[in-house]
Design a protein around this ligand. Structure first.
Ligand code: GLN
Length: 455
């Protein structure tokens, strides 16, 4: 009730939600009954959960921020949503996002932008700005996001929340409307590292419906967070400071908080080691070939027949004309831009030069991580180059928008887990700054141990 009241009070201005559940209170009552009947539901039972609209749900529409899916009702729940329901969490609403998760500001949503609760004239990050804003504005204590190039971590950075991109394959992608399948990963957005760990424990683990899902037994992320919070816990932890992402050229206040965070890590017993990742500078270039290529393929299913809207040209039309009119009306400009980029990169004759080269760079970036992790346990960097920028500031400059993800994209290309944890406010504008922590594949628990030590 308190969260529904809060949404009622502030969401007119924040616009974090595309849809608010109409039966959340009934679900809450049913959970009370299950608990009264003696069922052990775990620590998150009865807690509201905001769900990024990229995740399909049976009880609320799932649009992925696109006009083409307006009102779309899924016949099944995404696995992360099903697992959350089973643990007694209450999906309280669907959150706004850049269309099909393409963007860093949530301004590419077909349903209008979300506003950063710290300053309503500024962006809440993207693509999962709705989830981060909902958590930062106390409209929901926990949220789910998806991260293909930074869409959990960058919104966390600009809203002072905690965001985690798990190891690729650690959390099911089943029912997450695909952007770039080899990069996408679902994860938590919360106010504390422990909250993220508790939610990660609920949503993680093998899913037979996702062919890339790992079969590992995972340690408890909540337990790792509790260990990290217990003080002195970083003794002996070797922290690699990535020289290519050391804050050069980043906003002064971002850099200052970053340097203080490094000092705090050291005071907690960590050993700082400078490491080089020479191929990180090519990450954005490689990403903007691989992502559009995969996206153009994934978005081919929005063909006016199988899903969503259908626009028939005046007087009828052929199948192709209907498909074309539907995609013309249903997709926004950023989505069209990326489909064109992707189909071009995959065209016969260009495939090796573009897509093939990008995949080779991806391998080199993976090797940079492997090499770095032979001498350190985790890597750190600022989560993004600046604090929240103003709405509209980068909307007409796609390249400026893309450059926001300079720090977050390498982890997606390599599949490694990464977290953004708040490290204070930039003195010049009073806006939140995040530290990114990255760990080797399958070592998500290290993020929680290190992240909790910084809170
Ligand atoms: N901002 C990046 C992009 O536009 C990342 C998006 C994401 O992680 N979904 O592709």
């Amino acid at each position: 009730r308190a969260h529904l009241d809060r949404i009622e009070a502030v969401d007119g201005e924040v616009a974090a939600f595309l849809h608010v559940s109409s039966d959340a209170l009934d679900v809450a009552a049913a959970i009370d009954e299950r608990r009264a009947a003696g069922e052990d539901l775990g620590p998150l039972a009865g807690i509201p959960l905001a769900v990024k609209d990229v995740l399909v749900t049976t009880d609320m529409p799932s649009t992925s921020g696109s006009r083409i899916l307006e009102g779309y009702m899924s016949p099944f729940d995404a696995t992360v949503v099903a697992k959350s329901r089973a643990a007694g969490l209450i999906p309280i609403g669907k959150t706004n996002m850049d269309e099909f998760a393409m963007g860093s500001s949530t301004e590419h949503s077909a349903y209008g932008p979300t506003h950063n609760p710290w300053d309503l004239d500024r962006i809440p990050g993207g693509s999962g700005g709705g989830s981060a804003a909902a958590v930062a504005a106390f409209e929901a204590p926990l949220a789910l996001g998806s991260d293909t190039g930074g869409s959990i971590r960058q919104p966390a950075h600009v809203t002072g929340t905690v965001g985690v991109k798990p190891t690729y394959g650690g959390v099911s992608r089943y029912g997450a409307i695909a952007l770039a399948s080899s990069l996408d990963q679902v994860g938590p957005v919360t106010r504390t590292v422990l909250d993220a760990g508790l939610l990660h424990d609920v949503i993680g683990g093998h899913d037979p419906f996702d062919s890339t899902s790992l079969r590992d037994e995972w340690p408890s992320m909540a337990a790792a967070a509790r260990e990290g919070a217990s003080g002195g816990s970083l003794a002996g932890l070797r922290v690699g400071v990535v020289s290519q992402l050391n804050g050069d050229g980043f906003q002064a206040g971002v850099r200052r908080r970053y340097e203080e965070a490094l000092a705090l890590l050291e005071r907690n017993g960590a050993e700082l080691v400078e490491v080089s990742a020479p191929h990180f500078e090519y990450a954005i270039a490689a990403y903007y070939l691989i992502l559009p290529a995969e996206a153009s393929s994934n978005l081919a299913k929005f063909d006016s027949v199988r899903f969503g809207m259908r626009v028939t040209p005046p007087g009828g039309g052929t199948v192709e004309q209907v498909m074309s009119a539907t995609r013309e009306a249903g997709f926004g400009p950023e989505v069209k831009r990326r489909i064109i980029l992707g189909t071009y990169a995959l065209s016969a004759g260009y495939y090796d030069a573009y897509y093939g080269s990008a995949q080779k760079v991806r391998t080199l970036i993976q090797r940079d991580f492997e090499q770095a992790f032979t001498s350190v346990d985790v890597l750190v960097s600022p989560s993004a180059p600046t604090t929240a920028f103003r709405l509209g500031e980068k909307l007409d400059d796609p390249l400026a928008m893309y450059l926001n993800d300079i720090a977050t994209i390498p982890a997606n290309l390599a599949g490694v887990p990464a977290m953004s944890v708040p490290i204070g406010l930039a003195p010049e504008d009073g806006l939140p700054v995040g530290l990114q922590i990255m760990a080797p594949l399958r070592e998500d628990a290290r993020l929680y141990r290190a992240g909790a030590a910084l809170e």
